[in-house]
Every structure is written in C-alpha cells, then in structure tokens.
Design a protein around this ligand. Structure first.
Ligand SMILES: C[S@@+](CC[C@H](N)C(=O)[O-])C[C@H]1O[C@@H](n2cnc3c(N)ncnc32)[C@H](O)[C@@H]1O
Length: 272
C-alpha cells in the first residue's frame, strides 16, 4: 500500500494542502508537498507518476495524465435518473425497505451514494488511507450541495479494515439488514464490452488499481463473506458478470446485468 506520496498544488491552495497532509500523516501516509506554478492538464501529462493534487476541486489523485476523485457532485445527474425500479442494485439490496446497510468496500463510494439516494442508511467502510481521505473530502463538500446534502446525511464514514469492523459488530451483537461487498477483482477478467461502455469508470478503476497492491497479492475479499453473514440478514456481493463466486460460495439468488451481477446470500435466522 502507498505510504509516501507527492502532492502538487499552487501557492493559493498551499494552506489547504498542508491540512490534507496533516490528516494523511495521522493515517500513516507521508506527503511531500511541491508548490508548482500551474496545475493543469499539461503539467499532469508531463508528470505521469501517481500523485495527489489540491486545487479549487479539493483533493484528488492523478496518474498518467488522468484525474481521480470520488466526485459525488458529478453523480447528481445519474442519481436524478435512478429509481427503485430501474436499478438492479435496489432490488438486490431491497432498498425499498430503507435498510441499515454496511458497504464494507467503499472505494469511490459511488454505489453507496446511489443506495443512500434510494433510501438506505449507509455505513461506508474503507481501509485505504488515501481513498478514505478522498472520500471524507467528497462527503464534506457534498454537505454543502443543495441536492446531495440530504443524501449524504444518510452516509457515515468509517476508516477501518472491514474484517476488523465486521468482527466488532459481531462481538457487540449488532445486526444490520444488508452488508454490501464489492471487493477488487483482477481487471483482465472483467467483461470487455461492458467496460468499453463505461470508459470513465474504467479510467477511475485503473487509478484505483495503481493505489492498491499488484494483482498477484490483491486481497480478493473472500474472508469478508463469512464475517458479513454473521451480522447481516442479507449479504450482497457485486461481481464482474463472469467472475467466480466470492469465497467459492454459491449464492441463494442472483441478479444478472450486462456488466456485472449481484450474488445474494440470506441469513433468515438473524433478527434485529
Ligand atoms: C472495487 S472497489 C469498490 C468500488 C465501490 N463499490 C464504488 O462504488 O466506488 C473496492 C474497495 O474496497 C476496499 N477494500 C477491499 N477490502 C477491504 C477491507 N477488508 N476493508 C476495507 N476496505 C476494503 C479497497 O481498498 C477498494 O477501495
């Protein structure tokens, strides 16, 4: 996992950059701030290595000339079009019931933003210190947005490894309606056609892959299924369409889409 990273910013945002740097350092990431004249597309092309940047858009990640940010404001159009009927994730997670839900693999938080918009109360767990700090920044900025503020009021962020967090919920007898899992999956196995349709999503995933360990050592999250089943009445696992089952465990139900599917595991004996 990245524990040292360069941060580019212009003089105007130096103080803000120092604040992010202090937060990241408290989470074990050492940041080297570099003041530059102009943070623009040309600069990013000339400096393709993985780095953080701070400007009027807040904190974001850059690599290979690309920008990545859990840009929740950019999701507003998609949220406005979404409905309980049109979204497969809504049926898989039974969002009509406004569940108490743990998203144990937050990433950019886009799935959770949609689920919170459709009524879920979400606890969003991420263990990567840089991703978590990016999420926290997006969450704070969304609180100032007229449309998003009521959505993010239903999202609570937790910086933890989900294995530890789920164990804690289990030992303190806390039962949730849903645990949602979308662990990393080696990119080569993803459905190519569907990925093409989502070029922007693909770019963001490439950057996510740069932050996380190499494919060989990638933690595929198999350990989370068993832990999730101890504390949730329903565990929903998002998978690339043709991927193997998480922990090789066959689900009781599946929702199949073009690009991905949702495998669902029910624990009927758990009660809140
Ligand atoms: C594929 S991404 C999730 C994408 C997310 N569904 C979205 O909509 O943006 C997987 C994320 O889960 C995180 N993750 C994987 N295992 C985890 C664990 N045990 N605890 C906390 N976070 C974990 C990774 O750091 C990565 O950010």
């Amino acid at each position: 996992m990245v524990s040292e990273i360069r941060l580019y910013t212009e003089q105007e945002f130096h103080e803000k950059a120092q604040q992010y740097s202090a937060v990241l350092s408290s989470r074990g990431v050492s940041v080297n701030i570099e003041l530059i004249e102009k943070l623009n597309a040309r600069f990013l092309r000339l400096n393709p290595e993985l780095s953080l940047c701070v400007d009027a858009d807040g904190l974001w990640l850059a690599a290979n000339g690309m920008k990545m940010q859990p840009d929740w404001k950019a999701e507003v159009g998609r949220l406005k079009r979404a409905s309980l009927k049109s979204e497969m994730i809504a049926r898989a997670c039974n969002l009509a019931e406004k569940p108490q839900l743990v998203d144990a693999t937050a990433g950019l938080g886009h799935d959770s933003l949609l689920m919170a918009h459709l009524g879920a109360h979400v606890t969003l767990v991420e263990r990567h210190p840089i991703l978590f700090t990016l999420l926290e920044d997006s969450h704070q900025r969304a609180q100032q947005d007229a449309f998003l503020s009521s959505v993010v009021a239903r999202i609570e962020l937790v910086f933890s490894d989900s294995a530890d967090y789920l164990k804690h919920l289990s030992t303190t007898n806390q039962i949730f309606d849903v645990v949602y899992l979308d662990p990393m999956f080696p990119q080569r196995d993803q459905n190519q056609q569907a990925v093409k349709k989502q070029a922007q999503v693909k770019k963001q995933m490439q950057l996510l892959h740069l932050l996380l360990p190499e494919d060989g050592e990638m933690d595929l999250g198999d350990n989370l299924l068993d832990l999730a089943q101890k504390i949730a009445k329903r565990v929903v696992v998002k998978r690339p369409r043709l991927a193997v089952f998480l922990a090789n465990q066959e689900p009781q139900h599946q929702w199949q889409g073009d690009a991905c599917r949702f495998d669902v595991y029910f624990q009927h004996d758990l009660v809140t």
